[in-house]
Design a protein. Structure first.
Length: 202
C-alpha cells in the first residue's frame, strides 16, 4: 500500500488512520510541483492528494480513502459500531467536515479563485473565517460530553484534527470552543498522530 500525501494537506488524516490500524504502507511525499508532474497525472489525473494505491487499486478522495481503510479492518470500529446507523453517523460527520468545513477554507487558501481584484481579499477572508467559526461552534457542541465526534473513535476524528490545525494557521477565532480545544490537545498527544506529523515533515 502506498499513500501519496503533502505537508499541510488533508492527507494527514489518512496517515493517522494508517497508524491507528497498524497497516504496513509506504508514504510518498508530494509538493505543489510534483502533483502536477506528468508522471503523477498519469496515475491521478486530478493532480491532488491524497492518493492511495493498494496493489492494482488506486483511490482518490479522502472520504473514500478513509472509508476504505476502515472497511479493511472492521473490528477496529473506525466506521461505527457495525450497524447501519453507526456507520451513517460516522459518515455524516466525515461528509460535513469534507463538504462543508473543508470547502469553507478555500477562500483563505486560494482567494484568486473567487476574486479577480485583490482589493477584496481581506473581506473575503473575514467572511470565510466567520463561516468556519460557525461550523466549528456546531462541532464544539457535538463534542460536549464526548471524547470523539460520534462517541467513539472514528475516521471522522483525524479529519477534524486537520481542519483545526488549518483554523489555527489561518487565524480563525477559536476562543471559547473548549470542547474542541480539549479534543485537539488529546489528539496531539496520540503517538500515531505524532508519528503522522513527523512523516509530514520529512
Amino acid at each position: 500500500m502506498k499513500l501519496y500525501h503533502m505537508h499541510g494537506a488533508c492527507s494527514l488524516a489518512d496517515l493517522i488512520v494508517l497508524g491507528w490500524l497498524n497497516i504496513p504502507h509506504e508514504t510518498i511525499p508530494m509538493t505543489m510541483d510534483t502533483i502536477k508532474a506528468p508522471e503523477y497525472l498519469a496515475i491521478n489525473p486530478g493532480g491532488t492528494v491524497p492518493l492511495l494505491v493498494h496493489g492494482n487499486f488506486s483511490l482518490t478522495e479522502n472520504v473514500a480513502i478513509l472509508g476504505y481503510l476502515a472497511d479493511l479492518h472492521p473490528a477496529a470500529g473506525l466506521a461505527g459500531d457495525g450497524s447501519a446507523r453507526g456507520r451513517a453517523e460516522v459518515m455524516r460527520w466525515l461528509a460535513f467536515l469534507n463538504s462543508d468545513v473543508h470547502k469553507a477554507f478555500k477562500p483563505l487558501f486560494s482567494p484568486s479563485r473567487f476574486l479577480d481584484e485583490r482589493d477584496m481579499d481581506e473581506e473575503l477572508a473575514r467572511n470565510a473565517r466567520l463561516h468556519i467559526r460557525a461550523y466549528l461552534e456546531r462541532i464544539d457542541a457535538q463534542l460536549d460530553g464526548r471524547d470523539w465526534l460520534t462517541g467513539s473513535r472514528s475516521i471522522a476524528d483525524p479529519y477534524l484534527f486537520v481542519v483545526l490545525r488549518w483554523a489555527r494557521g489561518m487565524g480563525v477565532d477559536l476562543g471559547g470552543l473548549h470542547h474542541l480545544a480539549a479534543f485537539a490537545d488529546r489528539l496531539a498527544e496520540d503517538p500515531h498522530v505524532r508519528q503522522a506529523l513527523l512523516t509530514e515533515d520529512r
